[in-house]
Every structure is written in structure tokens, then in C-alpha cells.
Ligand binder design. Structure first.
Ligand code: FE2
Ligand code: FE2
Length: 174
């Protein structure tokens, strides 16, 4: 089962999947499942979330859906624990540098077109030097932040729902 956060759609059944299946099945991309990201999710799931919403928005806007989906899946392709990076007082460097690390890692695994490179390299704009050169590059700037917010909030909502449910059951028993 492959789902993006906030969606019940089985991604393997959609046209979306045909655009990214080689990336999703790549062992170095699968490796991202071993890295925690935004506290409550994995880097793989975060990239999948960004990739799918990039695809949906770019489809709506009649942009390059294939580049948006593929680069979305590769935009955080780096292999270190962000928390450890922070503890070494390099937080700002991480924020600015990881897009370059990701584009280098991605280009070793897959051929990247100029739009895909732009999407990956400038997804942290305005914290990175230079604004995106493509419309798809601007889409990921928003989608990445939107997914990060959802990923951070989702566990809190789940906990609140569980508490409400438990309280309801307690009231019913009394
Ligand atoms: Fe990132
Ligand atoms: Fe990201």
C-alpha cells in the first residue's frame, strides 16, 4: 500500500505511479525509509508526499507533471540524520546545502533534465541562493512547506482524536 499524507488513494493504481515507479523501487531511494524526517515520518514518506502533491498541482496548472513528480521524489535524497547535523551547529548550512547534496545524489542514480535539477536545487528558496527558474520550481517551494506542516500536525491531531474517543467511551460506560 502506497499512500500520500491526507489522501486515501492507492498510488500504485494511478497514472502518477507510472511516472515514478523506477525511482520508488530503487534501493537507494528505499534507503530513505531508514531516516526520520519532520519528527514523525520518514524521509521516504515525506518525499512521496511532496512528489504526489507536486504532481497534482502541476497537473491542475498544465505544467510538466513528470518532472514535478520525479524531482519531488528526489528533492531530499540525502543520507544523514538532520538532528545530528543540528547538534553540530550546522543547522543553517544543512538548510542551505542539502539541495545540492540531493541533486548530486540524484544525478548519480537517474538522468535529470534542467527542470528536475531546478526543482531539487531551489526547493528551499528563499533560503537558497537564486530563485527557481521554472514554474515547477515555485510549486515545490510551497508544496514542501505544506507537506512539512501536515506531517508535523498529523500526529497531534491523531492523539487529540484518540483522547476524544476515549473520553466518549468513558462517558458512555458511566
Ligand atoms: Fe529539503
Ligand atoms: Fe522536503
Amino acid at each position: 500500500m502506497l499512500h500520500a499524507i491526507g489522501s486515501k488513494k492507492e498510488l500504485t493504481q494511478l497514472e502518477y505511479y507510472t511516472l515514478v515507479s523506477d525511482i520508488l523501487e530503487n534501493s537507494m531511494v528505499q534507503e530513505l525509509k531508514n531516516y526520520r524526517h519532520h519528527i514523525s515520518t520518514t524521509r521516504f514518506q515525506h518525499c512521496l508526499n511532496v512528489s504526489y502533491y507536486n504532481y497534482l498541482i502541476c497537473r491542475f496548472l498544465h505544467l510538466d507533471v513528470e518532472s514535478a513528480a520525479r524531482a519531488g521524489m528526489l528533492h531530499d535524497l540525502y543520507y544523514y540524520d538532520t538532528k545530528e547535523y543540528r547538534h553540530s551547529n550546522y543547522e543553517l548550512s544543512h538548510v542551505k546545502n542539502h539541495p545540492d547534496v540531493a541533486v548530486n545524489n540524484a544525478s548519480e542514480l537517474f538522468p535529470l533534465n534542467p527542470t528536475e535539477e531546478d526543482i531539487i536545487m531551489r526547493h528551499m528558496w528563499p533560503l537558497t541562493k537564486g530563485r527557481p527558474h521554472s514554474k515547477e520550481g515555485y510549486v515545490i517551494v510551497i508544496v514542501d512547506k505544506y507537506c512539512a506542516a501536515l506531517e508535523l500536525i498529523a500526529p497531534k491531531i491523531r492523539t487529540a482524536m484518540k483522547k476524544m474517543h476515549l473520553r466518549k467511551e468513558t462517558v458512555n460506560v458511566q
